[in-house]
Design a protein around this ligand. Structure first.
Ligand SMILES: *[C@@H]1O[C@H](CO)[C@@H](O)[C@H](O)[C@H]1NC(C)=O
Ligand SMILES: *[C@@H]1O[C@H](CO)[C@@H](O)[C@H](O)[C@H]1NC(C)=O
Ligand SMILES: *[C@@H]1O[C@H](CO)[C@@H](O)[C@H](O)[C@H]1NC(C)=O
Ligand SMILES: *[C@@H]1O[C@H](CO)[C@@H](O)[C@H](O)[C@H]1NC(C)=O
Ligand SMILES: *[C@@H]1O[C@H](CO)[C@@H](O)[C@H](O)[C@H]1NC(C)=O
Ligand SMILES: *[C@@H]1O[C@H](CO)[C@@H](O)[C@H](O)[C@H]1NC(C)=O
Length: 213
């Protein structure tokens, strides 16, 4: 009897572990979502000129979403919120495991940047997103997830085709910083030359004084 206890212990521990693991893995599958939203993404600068490359921290993305008018009536009965996200295009995921695409949305890293969460409405809505400075240089598209009242994804739409090859755009964090970095480098160079010169002159004066003493 005593020798059976460890077995029982291990059986319970294993069952608990399995339970934990399967709970963690219980994410919604992307392939189970209905494709019912229409989504567009338009890049613009401060004067609202259309762009191909958005400078992080400077330019905006105007995201518009609405229910596809051809979707079956009543399909949006349980639609509660719409969560729009900035997502890596496949070309920017190829050699980067940490941006990995997964059908399991709880581990998918495709859509790593939140844009907004808005109430669902059949007519749709829009959001103007100032590209965050934390967004790295890469190719992107925008996806909108429809959430039910429990907060689970039930449907989606995206600003690109199913293969994520059309309407892909670039975010470039460097462009917006160029001028500042150049100025900083110039100032530091001048400062370093000037300080070198100052030390040289100071040393000469010190040496001369030493000699004259
Ligand atoms: C910017 O231009 C787009 C069309 O190109 C328009 O839909 C949008 O309302 C404009 N936004 C502002 C803030 O003027
Ligand atoms: C809208 O829905 C219809 C019917 O499901 C579909 O054929 C069409 O491709 C959808 N339109 C877009 C732009 O996704
Ligand atoms: C909405 O949710 C209810 C309860 O969970 C379910 O019975 C119904 O089928 C859902 N409707 C749609 C269109 O998914
Ligand atoms: C979103 O919906 C909730 C619940 O229906 C409501 O209380 C809230 O005012 C809505 N927010 C906006 C911005 O419409
Ligand atoms: C997708 O739509 C169908 C009705 O066309 C519905 O029965 C099903 O529950 C929906 N799927 C999800 C994940 O809401
Ligand atoms: C998407 O990719 C698959 C496999 O790579 C290909 O067979 C299909 O034609 C592509 N579809 C589009 C719309 O490009």
């Amino acid at each position: 009897m005593v020798s059976q206890r460890p077995n029982l212990f291990f059986a319970i521990a294993a069952a608990m572990l399995l339970g934990v693991v399967s709970n963690v893995e219980a994410g919604v599958l992307f392939s189970s979502l209905n494709h019912t939203l229409l989504v567009t993404a338009q890049l613009a600068d401060a004067s609202n000129s259309t762009l191909k490359v958005a400078r992080a921290g400077v330019d905006t993305i105007l995201v518009k979403w609405s229910l596809n008018a051809s979707a079956p009536p009543g399909i949006d009965d349980n639609y509660s919120k719409v969560n729009t996200k900035l997502c890596f295009a496949p070309v920017s995921q190829l050699t980067r495991k940490w941006r990995k695409n997964s059908n399991d949305l709880s581990i998918d890293k495709t859509c790593s940047f939140d844009i907004a969460t808005q109430n669902f409405s059949t007519a749709g809505n829009s959001v103007q997103y100032l590209v965050s400075k934390t967004v790295p240089y890469a190719e992107y598209f925008v996806r909108a997830y429809v959430l039910n009242v429990e907060g689970n994804q039930v449907a989606y739409g995206q600003s690109t085709n199913a293969n994520k090859t059309t309407n892909i755009f670039t975010v470039d964090p460097i462009t917006g910083r160029h001028a500042t970095i150049d100025i900083a480098v110039a100032v530091m160079s001048v400062f370093s030359v000037a300080s070198l010169f100052t030390y040289y002159v100071a040393e000469q004066i010190y040496l001369k004084r030493k000699k004259s003493v």
